[in-house]
Design a protein around this ligand. Structure first.
Ligand code: SAM
Length: 252
């Protein structure tokens, strides 16, 4: 049985899509997708030798070596253009994820890919910004809690530009803030998720309460240090907390 996190990712993959899972580790996701009949075939890409060998072993012991290709390499370089309809990347930082997507785009490896299912562990904003910059439309976002940790799963597709409305998606006017503050609240939409904020769930609130708790613990540790640097950091964290609370208070 998959973890709730991996199951949420698997459920976002369009049935029938040839899927490449990048940074696949033990290939749990591709093995599940093929075994369950959701996808006909998959590619498991891994940079590091240990996880690559684990993925090879997993595909072999599931008897799926004919339909799961396990390949070692950096990011999307393991793909041939046109080979995958869907790319999944999970369990790494959003900044690294955006770098992998960008390198893949520049080398043509994303050609033919129509769907991305991405689960950044941190730095979700880097992924959202990359998607917007390259014409991908964020169609769905989910936040889930598992074993005391929070995970976001982002689903994006390529659609004709007349059907896509990225500008509208990141327009913070639904938060009812003054127009002079548009840039500030747009930045918070990138950080917190434009769909998540339009339909906030209890889990979203819990995630950000948890983030506030982390910031408050750092502030508590900083109390007593009186350098200009510490003061500036303290003010920055306090503002961050206030802004998170303000966004959550404005959500529908
Ligand atoms: N995707 C799995 C999941 O979500 O459970 C595994 C996540 S694991 C924490 C991250 C994996 O990404 C590691 O196995 C690591 O070796 C791999 N990785 C890191 N950088 C990579 C890159 N540039 N290209 C391919 N794999 C990478």
């Amino acid at each position: 049985k998959l973890s709730k996190r991996l199951q949420t990712i698997a459920d976002r993959v369009t049935p029938g899509s040839r899927t490449a899972d990048i940074g696949s580790d033990h290939a749990l996701l591709p093995v599940y997708l093929v075994q369950s009949g959701r996808v006909p075939s998959a590619i498991a890409g891994e940079l590091n030798t240990g996880p690559y060998q684990a993925a090879c072993k997993a595909a072999a012991s599931a008897g799926l070596t004919a339909v799961i290709a396990v390949r070692q390499g950096d990011g999307l370089c393991v793909l041939h253009p046109g080979e995958a309809d869907t790319v999944t990347i999970a369990g790494m930082g959003g900044s690294l994820m955006a770098d992998i997507l960008e390198a893949g785009r520049l080398s043509g490896k994303l050609e033919g890919v129509r769907e991305l299912v991405l689960q950044p562990n941190v730095g979700e904003e880097f992924v959202r910004r990359w998607l917007v910059r390259h014409g991908w439309t964020l169609t769905d976002e989910t936040v889930l809690e598992e074993d005391g940790r929070f995970y976001e799963v982002l689903h994006a597709v390529l659609m004709p530009s007349e059907e896509s409305d990225n500008a509208g998606l990141y327009d913070p006017s639904f938060l009812n803030k003054p127009a002079s503050q548009t840039e500030l609240w747009t930045n918070w939409l990138y950080r917190m998720g434009p769909h998540l904020l339009r339909q906030p769930t209890l889990t979203l609130h819990k995630k950000w309460e948890h983030e506030i708790g982390k910031l408050e613990r750092i502030l508590a540790q900083m109390a007593g240090s009186d350098t200009p640097d510490a003061r500036a950091k303290e003010a920055e964290f306090r503002m961050e907390i206030a802004q998170i609370q303000e966004v959550l208070a404005c959500t529908p």
